[in-house]
Design a protein around this ligand. Sequence first.
Ligand SMILES: Nc1ncnc2c1ncn2[C@@H]1O[C@H](COP(=O)(O)OP(=O)(O)OP(=O)(O)O)[C@@H](O)[C@H]1O
Ligand SMILES: [Mg+2]
Length: 595
Amino acid sequence: MKNKNKLKTHLMDSMVVTGLGLACFYWVCESFMYFFLEPEANFIQHVLGPDMFQTWTRLLVLCLFLIFGSHVQYTVNKRKAADDALRESEDKYRTILESIEEGCFETDIDGNLTFFSNPILKILGYTRDELLGVNTGKYISPDTASKMSRITERLRETGKPENVTGYDVIRKDGTKVSLEMSVSLLKDQNGLPMGYRGVLRDVSERKQTEDEKNKLETQLQQAQKMESIGTLAGGIAHDFNNILMGIQGNASLMLLKIESDHPNYEKIKNIEKYVQNGTELTKQLLGFARRGKYLIKPTNLNEIIEKSSSLFARTKKEIQVHTDLHENLWTAEVDRGQIGQVLLNLYVNAWQAMFNGGDLYLHTANVILDRSYVQPYKVEPGRYVKISVSDTGVGIDKETQERIFEPFFTTKEMGRGTGLGLASVYGIIKSHGGYINVYSEKERGTVFTIYLPASRKKVPNENKAASAAIIKGKGTILLIDDEKMILDVGIELLEELGYTVQLAMRGQDAIDVFQRDRGKIDLIIMDMIMPGMSGGETFDRLKKIDPDIKVLLSSGYSINSQAAKILQRGCDGFIQKPFNMNQLAEKVQGILAKE
Ligand SMILES: Nc1ncnc2c1ncn2[C@@H]1O[C@H](COP(=O)(O)OP(=O)(O)OP(=O)(O)O)[C@@H](O)[C@H]1O
Ligand SMILES: [Mg+2]
């Protein structure tokens, strides 16, 4: 069947067949004509003509018909081939146009659509009938319309194609999409502008990916910035604490020597008060510098929130505190004092943001965070306890939000804020392996959300031991510190408390003294960071000499992982500089009283 059709087309298309067909047709007509003119003539005469002349004439005309027929067929074949090629190329371009994501369109000079490919329908959400002949002004935003009038004007002037970004269209369902477009001018045969041709690209997905990438980069940069400011702040706080220790120690000693009616008594008391203020400041700084996290205990965070918030609610009557705490909240291993400080900083900020009163919402929940979610915060994926603190205050604008965790950043007037609250919150949460973020809308309120890693440990039952308040004691204490100022006040303070004191400025000196006076020394008070042999190494070597020796660690940092490790290895306690006489007496007594 197929072959038969093929043969048929072949015969129809053949020039020889057409020529022969026409020639034969002529011959038959000529023969019939002669038959009607001369019916008496015989068959041969009918077919070939009455004489030789007629026969040759017929043959000549037949040849002419043969040539004419072949030529006609040749022209027809050529036209058909051209039509086929055109159809094929049209099909090819139509397929390309429909298969690419970009939408192509043409308009007349007034912007009425004269042609568009199917992707345009998908991009704009209209049907073909709804769009045909419609003016582009129907679906572009007013901003884009004014932008386009400038661009088309330029196009007509220069004739050069233009690339348009931010070609915002409003889809049929009312949603707005931002597109990119290349547009060129269409000219008629006389070179006069007759319309426009454009290619539209939907870049919203690419834009979203780019926005997300930018956001991640900003978060990462922010984290790195905080990291380096933290190192700086920590260093300053440490040195500052040593200086405060010197001042505090001297003030304590002076107070011991004078009566309360002495004219300088109040002044020295004031010095102590200012040292306290300084200590508060360095405490916040150290929190930010992540030198915190001292007493880690498995904790039910709900309990800390309940305690701290009820205390806060009692003192700030103008604020309504609402709690929504998850009943079976996972445990978190935290320093309770520090988390209390975090919450208090957040409450105070919220209160300050609600001048005329308002609502404070506290909410806790268990959450599981996956890798993609926690990646920018540089923490591990897994189980977290989430705490959110929301207020209905003035809110924070986007620009300010980027800076609120920086130390000393404040929008409050002089004397009202130091700008260390959120910095220490940030540092403390980071040092607990968690992270904090903020969401805020101007004039509507702010939500701070904290994520702390959950633990599988049980919250221990605790009975608080009553603290002994013994001031004086006796025994021999070896004091190790590389700062002469600390040794100077330390020896005096301890002697005032009734102890005999030996001094060492380096780890190696301390070991020599300890070996020499072995058995006589009851307690060692040791600085954490010393040049040469570190606090950790000194501790290990002292313990090797006498495993029962009692050691009190002291540092200008509240504590870091190094100190925590020493404590885990059996160190008996930690005291943070600057300390006053009573604090020192209490610590020393507490350790010496231990069996
Ligand atoms: N809940 C909040 N609502 C509105 N703004 C806030 C809120 N919390 C913090 N801020 C803004 O962040 C800034 C920094 O807060 P941060 O607690 O670090 O410092 P501060 O409160 O100004 O001073 P400090 O806490 O040291 O007394 C504030 O000055 C304030 O502009
Ligand atoms: Mg604050």
